[in-house]
Design a protein around this ligand. Structure first.
Ligand code: ATP
Ligand code: MG
Length: 379
């Protein structure tokens, strides 16, 4: 390449880190740079002459704005938008749109996308994971300190019961010692659940749709007014996972959804969706293939004050809740090197379970990434 070619507009655009797409009349793609090929998972050759509606789907507002900008020739910028791609992937982006007069006979727009995934999503996940680890280690310490004297109290009550003789050996007195024993057991049980699951997962190849159908039928049987729909991607490969743990995770999330729409059950909708995501980063590791399971409801939405701490144990928005369902679910998902996250607004809440697929059989790697996830009991 000669020095003048290095400086040609095409070469400059090709070397940009941000994804650049030029579109013309009727939102037809004229060309894109390599960063845009990566972002949209399509080559420049294949994308040229396609309509951008074929690559980014169901983004009516996005298309409307582009069309208005083509006519008005006004530039604009959008921050923190989420776009759904033709390959079912979702991307978080900032983008700018600038009208371009690059041939006298037509109107063109230059779209420049900056992907947010690397910064925002990563810091969100890091914060979920570190928040979770911090609360878990605090609880472990606290549970240990409470369980020791609790064992002593229980043992002393048993001894006392055996020591009853003569007048003291009455049913009433025995009832008192039984109360001490039962309450000590109840407290120990609660502490065990707070600290989280202790079982080592028993993993084998499982079909995620079989697990989801099991939960769907269970929840449908309990709530005949609810509409439970599914949108499964049959190409999701088998997961190397503990079936009963995944049932527990999906059940805990779905029961929360049922509660969130309890006020208006006849209008209540829950949807199970499965997809795969390529090159997906969870925590500090990028996995070639990840299973993405969405459980969506049209209930009241997660109360804003719970957003930051929802995965912590004992955090509940219900008077009768123990606040353990999601913390246990997070723990179980992490035992599969995965992550549980959510997005919520009134009328639309989506809990997303992400579990690596291809890597899941690689035990050496699994142990390395989350060596500290060793705990287990079902809720
Ligand atoms: N789909 C949802 N829609 C709205 N709020 C939700 C949803 N899922 C969870 N929440 C909120 O998050 C809180 C914590 O959920 P979590 O499952 O951990 O505990 P819980 O349901 O209160 O008690 P339990 O231990 O019985 O599950 C809930 O109390 C509720 O306020
Ligand atoms: Mg719950």
């Amino acid at each position: 390449m000669s020095p003048s070619e290095y400086n040609s507009p095409q070469s400059i655009i090709d070397n940009l880190h941000s994804a650049v797409i030029i579109i013309g009349d009727n939102l037809q793609i004229i060309c894109m740079n390599p960063a845009a090929e990566m972002l949209l998972h399509i080559s420049n050759n294949r994308a040229t002459k396609k309509n951008i509606r074929q690559l980014i789907i169901n983004a009516h507002e996005f298309f409307d704005r582009l069309e208005r900008s083509l006519i008005s020739e006004h530039p604009y910028t959008v921050y923190g938008d989420q776009l759904h791609l033709h390959n079912h992937q979702t991307i978080d982006v900032d983008y700018s749109v600038s009208p371009l007069q690059y041939q006298p006979q037509g109107k063109y727009l230059l779209l420049e996308f900056i992907r947010l995934k690397a910064q925002h999503k990563h810091s969100n996940e890091e914060s979920i994971l570190s928040q979770y680890e911090a609360s878990k280690s605090l609880l472990r310490g606290l549970a240990h300190e409470i369980k020791n004297p609790l064992g002593g109290i229980r043992g002393a009550a048993q001894l006392l019961e055996r020591e009853f003789s003569g007048e003291q050996n009455t049913e009433e007195n025995k009832q008192f010692t039984q109360i001490i024993i039962n309450e000590a057991d109840r407290l120990k049980n609660l502490l065990d659940r707070m600290v989280g699951p202790r079982d080592i997962p028993t993993k084998c190849d499982i079909n995620i749709h079989k697990v989801m159908e099991h939960v769907r039928q269970l929840v449908a049987a309990e709530n005949d007014q609810l509409r439970l729909s599914v949108d499964y991607d049959p190409s999701v490969p088998e997961l190397y996972a503990d079936e009963s743990m995944l049932i527990q995770v999906i059940l805990n999330i779905t029961r929360n959804a049922v509660k969130a729409i309890a006020a208006n059950k006849s209008e209540g909708k829950i949807k199970f969706t499965t997809r795969t995501q390529r090159n997906y980063t969870i925590g500090s590791h990028t996995y070639p293939l990840v299973a993405k399971i969405d459980i969506e409801d049209n209930g009241s939405g997660v109360p804003p004050e719970l957003h930051e701490k929802i995965f912590m144990p004992m955090i509940t928005g219900h008077a009768d809740g123990t606040g353990l369902g999601l913390s246990i679910a997070q723990s179980l998902v992490q035992q599969h090197n995965g992550l549980l996250e959510f997005q919520s607004e009134p009328g639309k809440t989506i809990f997303t379970i992400l579990i690596p697929i291809k890597d899941s059989k690689n035990h050496k790697h699994s142990n390395h990434t989350f060596a500290n996830n060793s705990s287990g009991a079902e809720k």
